[in-house]
Design a protein around this ligand. Structure first.
Ligand code: SF4
Length: 376
């Protein structure tokens, strides 16, 4: 079982907080798509033994692709890979690209899940982020999309400096009222080398406020769980039956193949990735260099990854797979965090409470093993 990720590295304009790989010029689009076809064909032999249960078009902005471009990628994928007939096939789309005709064509191509980058319904907030769509377009896109895609998810961002708690509540309530069955919500993070990081450094924009982010996270959890959503991962909420199969498989350590510039692949214990540059990607693929760089995860690194991922999920981290020597070492830590009210310890699982989730990364890091530590 495996997942397939296709990275479409083009966007209409740069959102100021974004550190994904994308270009705002379509200059290399034909060559780049040709290279992606070559990569799909060139790497297929290595993945022949796998059945692909999920396919995810992410980016960038996959909804910028013309229908024949998307159809042709899907055709190559179906020819070269064992894509399950019941596969979840997700397309990320921006609200300004949603047209009824496009929705129908995506459905005909076999897309069965749509992910809309809404981020906010507050116009000042959207302008602050430099999003390409406005608040009315976001509402219109969601209303149209839900008519054709029952499996629909929307992204929101909280903790932006201008976003009041009242506006945040309104953002969440709008998605609940529209009947959207899956929501991903992320705290605004200031990533290196983004326009936002520079604007904050030059004092053109204020820094983020951790208290506001914590408050808005707790409001989010409260409203969505009351509305019948499962909080199945720190940033992800789903009505029963609507969890993302693709993202869930990442969290379960399933192998995945990533195609396109900057895309990562994982075949335990090896992680590999493509260069995050469109021109260099095209050149390397033309030379049949199928992998830009790779690393083999050590036992400690694999354990640390499973801690970090496990603690983010609602099920928590299963202790069954953790060697007794490590569990012994963790005992005082578990006791300390349980006493602080940040962790719950069940027979064979540890999981974070809602207040624990506010500092998930720090708590996970405390459990990390160092190279050279005894882990079995
Ligand atoms: S549309 Fe998405 S990928 Fe493109 S710049 Fe904005 S956040 Fe980044």
């Amino acid at each position: 079982m495996a997942g397939l990720y296709i990275h479409i590295p083009f966007c209409k304009q740069a959102c100021h907080y974004c550190n994904f790989h994308f270009a705002t010029s379509l200059q290399y689009k034909p060559e780049l798509l040709e290279a992606m076809h070559l990569e799909l064909v060139g790497r297929a032999p290595e993945w022949q033994h796998q059945s692909f249960e999920t396919l995810y078009f992410g980016g960038g902005t996959p909804s910028l692709l013309e229908i024949p471009e998307l159809g042709s990628l899907l055709h190559t994928i179906r020819q070269q890979y064992a894509l399950s007939p019941t596969a979840e096939i997700t397309l990320e789309a921006n609200p300004d690209d949603i047209l009824e005709a496009k929705l129908l064509e995506w459905k005909q191509l076999g897309i069965n899940r749509l992910s809309l980058g809404v981020q906010s319904f507050a116009q000042g907030d959207l302008t602050w982020m430099n999003r390409a769509h406005d608040a009315d377009q976001a509402i219109h896109a969601l209303k149209k999309s839900i008519q054709h895609f029952s499996n629909l998810t929307a992204d929101l961002i909280y903790g932006t400096p201008g976003l009041t708690d009242a506006q945040w509540i309104q953002n969440i309530q709008t998605l609940i009222d529209l009947g959207i069955p899956h929501i991903s919500a992320y705290a605004l993070t200031v990533e290196p080398k983004t326009p936002l990081e520079k604007q904050i450094r030059l004092k053109q924009k204020p820094e983020t406020d951790p208290d506001q982010q914590a408050r808005q996270f707790l409001l989010l959890v409260d409203m969505l769980t009351q509305a019948g959503f499962e909080h199945y991962e720190i940033s992800n909420f789903a009505k029963p039956g609507f969890r993302s199969r693709h993202n869930s498989s990442y969290w379960q350590g399933v192998s995945y193949l990533g195609i396109g510039p900057s895309a990562h692949s994982y075949q335990p214990p090896v992680r590999s990735w493509q260069v995050a540059n469109n021109r260099q990607y095209i050149e390397q693929i033309r030379k049949q260099i199928w992998i830009h760089e790779s690393e083999t995860l050590t036992g400690a690194q694999q354990l640390n990854e499973s801690v970090m991922i496990g603690l983010r999920t609602t099920e928590g981290l299963s202790l069954n797979a953790i060697p007794p020597v490590v569990q012994e070492k963790w005992k005082p830590l578990i006791h300390r965090y349980v006493t602080a009210g940040w962790l719950v310890c069940e027979t064979d699982h540890i999981r974070l409470t809602n207040t624990g989730k506010l500092q998930a990364d720090g708590i996970a890091a405390a459990f990390f093993m160092e190279e050279g530590d005894q882990i079995n």
